[in-house]
Design a protein around this ligand. Structure first.
Ligand code: ADP
Length: 480
C-alpha cells in the first residue's frame, strides 16, 4: 500500500501538459502575429519609397530638360523657367551651376542661394549621377532626388528636390496601429482559447488519474465516465475494462482464499472435536479411542491432500517457464494405471486401456501425470462397484486425444460447466467419502491450458461421464 504523500503526487505547473500546451500554442501565435505585423509594414514602406522615387525622378527629369540649353544657367533664367513650370508640390527645389553654387532655392527656412551646396546628393549629381534617397522617420517620409542638368554631354548644373510627406506616413501609421490592435485582440483570444482547451484536456486526464488512484487504493468497482470519442475516451474505456478484469481476479482470489480456509477448517474442526472427546472421556474404552485416533489420522491425511493440491495449483500459477520436451503420453498413462490398480481393485472397478502409438506431446511428464492421474482417479472414484473405466489415447490430425470414460454416477448437465471451478463438487458427501478435495479438475484445467490444449466433460450414454483432452501433437522429427 502506498502512503498518503504518494497519493497527493502532483505535477508543478511549469512541467504540466497545460503549461507546455499554452507555451507552444502562444509561441506559435506570437510568431505568426509578429510576421503579420512586420511584413505588410515593410512591404508598404518599400512601395511608398518606390512611388516617391518614380515621382521625384519624373519631376527632376522635367526640370532638367526645361533648364538645359545652349546659353548655360543663370539665376534669373532658372527662376523664370521654374516659375513658368510651376513646381509647387515639392518642399524644396534647388538648382546649382556646375561648380555647386546655388542659383535657385525655394527653401524659406534655410535658403542657400549664392552659397555652395554641400549636399552629397548635389555633389553626386554634378558627377553625372541620378540620386534618390528616402527615409521614414518621426512619422514622415523624407525623400530627396538629385539629377545633373546635361546639355550635349556637358554638365551645366544639378537639380535637387526634397519632399516631406506626412500624409502617407500617417496612413502607414494607422495601418501599423490597426495591425497591433488586431494582434493584441487575437493574442488575448488565442491565450484564452489555449487555456480553455488545455484545461479541458487536463481536467479529463485528472479524472483518469483519480480513477487509477482509487483502483490502486483497492476500490475495484470504480469506473471512469468520459464523454467523446477521442483517445482519452478510448483510454478511459480500456481503463474500465482493465478494472473489470482486476475486479474479477480479485473476487476469484477472495473466493479462493475463503473457500480454501473453509476447506481447511472442516478437517481441523473434526480433529479438534475428536481430541476433545478423547480428553474428556477419561474412561473411554481402547477400541473407541483407537477408532477416534484413526479418524484423526484420516482428517490429517485429508489436510495433507488439500495442501498438496493447493500447492500444485499455486505452483502452476506462479511457476517459471518449465522445461518442456516431447513426452510419450501412453507411457505416462500406464504409470498412472499402475498407481491406481490397488484403488480400482478395492472398489471393484476394471480399468481398460486402449493406447495408440505416436501419441507424443510437448509438455512435462509432471503435467501429463497430473492430468491423467486426476481424470483416471475420478473415473475410478465415482464409478459404481463392478463398473468399467476406459482410457483411450489416439491421434486425430495434428492432435493427441485422451478420453477417460466411466460407467459411474455421472454428472448432471447443469453442473458440467462448473466442475472445473476450484472446490466445486457435485456431491459433497460422496466426494468427501472418496477422499476428494474439489481441486483435482482445477489442476487438470490449468495444466491442460498451460500445454496449449483443451478439456471438456460430457455425459456418457447410457450412464457415466466422458472427459476429453486434446493436445497439439508433437511433430515426428521431435519424437523422442
Ligand atoms: P474431487 O477431489 O472432489 O474429486 P475434482 O475437482 O476432481 O474434485 O472433481 C470435482 C467434482 O466433479 C467432484 O467432486 C465430483 O462431484 C465431480 N466429478 C469429477 N469427475 C467425475 C466423474 N468421473 N464422475 C462423476 N462425477 C465426477
Amino acid at each position: 500500500m502506498s502512503g498518503a504523500s504518494e497519493t497527493e503526487k502532483w505535477v508543478p505547473f511549469w512541467r504540466s501538459l497545460q503549461s507546455r500546451f499554452i507555451l507552444s500554442f502562444g509561441a506559435l501565435i506570437a510568431a505568426l502575429l509578429l510576421f503579420l505585423n512586420i511584413y505588410p509594414i515593410v512591404t508598404s514602406e518599400d512601395l511608398v519609397f518606390q512611388s516617391k522615387q518614380d515621382a521625384l525622378w519624373r519631376q527632376a527629369d522635367i526640370i532638367t530638360s526645361t533648364l538645359a540649353g545652349g546659353e548655360g544657367l543663370t539665376a534669373e533664367g532658372v527662376e523664370a523657367n521654374l516659375t513658368k513650370l510651376g513646381v509647387t508640390s515639392l518642399d524644396r527645389v534647388l538648382v546649382t551651376d556646375p561648380s555647386g553654387k546655388v542659383l535657385y532655392d525655394t527653401s524659406e527656412v534655410d535658403n542657400a542661394r549664392d552659397r555652395y551646396a554641400l549636399l552629397w546628393e548635389v555633389v553626386s549629381a554634378l558627377k553625372g549621377n541620378d540620386v534618390f534617397r528616402s527615409e521614414y522617420r518621426d512619422g514622415a517620409f523624407r525623400s530627396r532626388a538629385a539629377a545633373p542638368i546635361l546639355y550635349r554631354g556637358m554638365t551645366q548644373g544639378a537639380v535637387y528636390l526634397y519632399e516631406y510627406d506626412r500624409q502617407q506616413a500617417e496612413m502607414l501609421r494607422d495601418l501599423q496601429s490597426n495591425l497591433r490592435n488586431i494582434s493584441i485582440v487575437v493574442c488575448v483570444a488565442a491565450l484564452a482559447f489555449s487555456v480553455l482547451i488545455s484545461k479541458a484536456v487536463t481536467r479529463r486526464i485528472a479524472v483518469l488519474l483519480r480513477g487509477i488512484r482509487s483502483v490502486r487504493e483497492g476500490e475495484y468497482s470504480h469506473r471512469v465516465t468520459m464523454a467523446g470519442g477521442d483517445e482519452l475516451a478510448l483510454l478511459a474505456g480500456e481503463f474500465n475494462e482493465l478494472t473489470d478484469r482486476l475486479q474479477t481476479t480479485e473476487e476469484v482470489r477472495r473466493r479462493f482464499v475463503s473457500d480454501a480456509s473453509h476447506e481447511l477448517k472442516t478437517p481441523l474442526a473434526s480433529i479438534r472435536l475428536l481430541t476433545d472427546s478423547i480428553l474428556q472421556n477419561g474412561d473411554m474404552d481402547p477400541d473407541t479411542a483407537r477408532e477416534f485416533v484413526s479418524d484423526i489420522g484420516d482428517e490429517a491425511e485429508r489436510l495433507t491432500r488439500i495442501t498438496e493440491k493447493l500447492l500444485t495449483l499455486t505452483r502452476m500459477d506462479t511457476a517459471p517457464p518449465r522445461n518442456v520436451a516431447p513426452v510419450d503420453v501412453a507411457r505416462v498413462i500406464r504409470k498412472v494405471e499402475h498407481m491406481l490398480a490397488p484403488l480400482a481393485a478395492a472398489v471393484d472397478v476394471t480399468v481398460e486401456l486402449e493406447l495408440g502409438t505416436d501419441c507424443v506431446v510437448r509438455s512435462t511428464e509432471d503435467d501429463l501425470y497430473q492430468i491423467a492421474f486426476n481424470l483416471m482417479e475420478n473415473a475410478v472414484k465415482y464409478d459404481l462397484p463392478g463398473g468399467r473405466v476406459r482410457v483411450e489415447l489416439s491421434t486425430e490430425g495434428d492432435q493427441v486425444v485422451l478420453r477417460v470414460e466411466d460407467t459411474g454416477v455421472g454428472i448432471p448437465e447443469e453442473d458440467l460447466p462448473k466442475i472445473f471451478d476450484r472446490f466445486y463438487r457435485v456431491d459433497k458427501a460422496r466426494s468427501r467419502e472418496a477422499g476428494g478435495t474439489g481441486l483435482g479438475l482445477s489442476i487438470v484445467r490449468d495444466a491442460v491450458c498451460q500445454n496449449g490444449g483443451t478439456v471438456e466433460a460430457r455425459r456418457r450414454e447410457p450412464e457415466g461421464t466422458c472427459f476429453e483432452v486434446r493436445f497439439p501433437r508433437c511433430g515426428k522429427e521431435e519424437t523422442p
